[in-house]
Design a protein around this ligand. Sequence first.
Ligand code: FMN
Length: 338
Amino acid sequence: MSVDLRTTYLGLELNNPIVASASPLTGHVESLKRLEEAGVAAVVLPSLFEEQIEHERMESYAVQELGSGAFAEAMSGYFPDVPATVSRSEAHLDLIAQAKRALSVPVIASLNGTTVGGWLAYAEAMQEAGADAIELNVYFVPADPTETSAQVEERYVNLVQVLASRISIPLTVKMSPFFSAPANMALRLIDAGAHGLVLFNRFMQPDIDLETLAVTPNIQLSTPAEVRLPLRWIAILREHVTASLAATTGAHTSEDVTKLLLAGADAVCIASALLRNGPGYVERLTSGLRTWMTEREYASVEQLKGSVARAAVQDPNAYERANYMSALTSFTPRPHTP
Ligand SMILES: Cc1cc2nc3c(=O)[nH]c(=O)nc-3n(C[C@H](O)[C@H](O)[C@H](O)COP(=O)(O)O)c2cc1C
């Protein structure tokens, strides 16, 4: 029996549910091509950051100011003759255009920032460069104790509203799991104009170097145990949203992918497992999924999707507190020798 792995994500028809999540692997045309050859269904390019864009805008403003002060010609509209360097933002737009030319799978561009501002204009530029959709990553650490949860939520909603009003391609939001009411927040982001959500953004936690006492931002790849967080929330949210839901964080094996689809994901975005195993690993993921589906006589991913979501299971509480209580009480500690 042949199985149909196709799925729809953000209105885009994908050949299968595996999406290469934003990472250094998606930042070069060569590795993007290798991902496509291995069967990836879509790619998310690395983020263009608010700080990068704003820094370049300030630099370009400073250059203009320098010009007007230093030369009399400035009065008649002279613009200083700066060396023709390509800014990171321009290089990023160029990567989108190159990826579009080199690949036939959808190319999703990523914007990463926290405030409503001029930098959001890059969404339009990304659309013009050919991006099929935009992923917004609001990597915000609410460290100010005077900022309330309502204000943090407004920040997200405003960003999505502004961005959605500027582009005609689909917008998806890679959201944080750290809300008091993640399900309510998810619905509000969709109301604000998001066509999909990516659950969840994985925050890099800082470390302290005991030799130098410096705070070090060293990156650690995810572990398979982390997949349980998106699994739960996708299962809970599936019955409440018709918008697309993609999973990210902790999906390492074809079993993880299968579980996330059963919970209700439309697509599964993968970074750590591809960084560890290389682009060719995509093939292992799709073939593992195909084998599992064949053995259980699932004809299509569409049929599989959401069949173990909260609304579909006998005991929906298993995704909530009941799961916690029974897990705690059924745990048997291993005997330890003194
Ligand atoms: C080295 C590295 C670079 C990343 N760069 C980005 C990025 O530019 N933008 C973004 O939204 N996420 C970025 N991520 C996060 C991944 O896209 C992904 O969401 C996260 O690693 C969780 O998925 P995983 O468990 O499959 O790794 C990066 C992750 C890693 C490990």
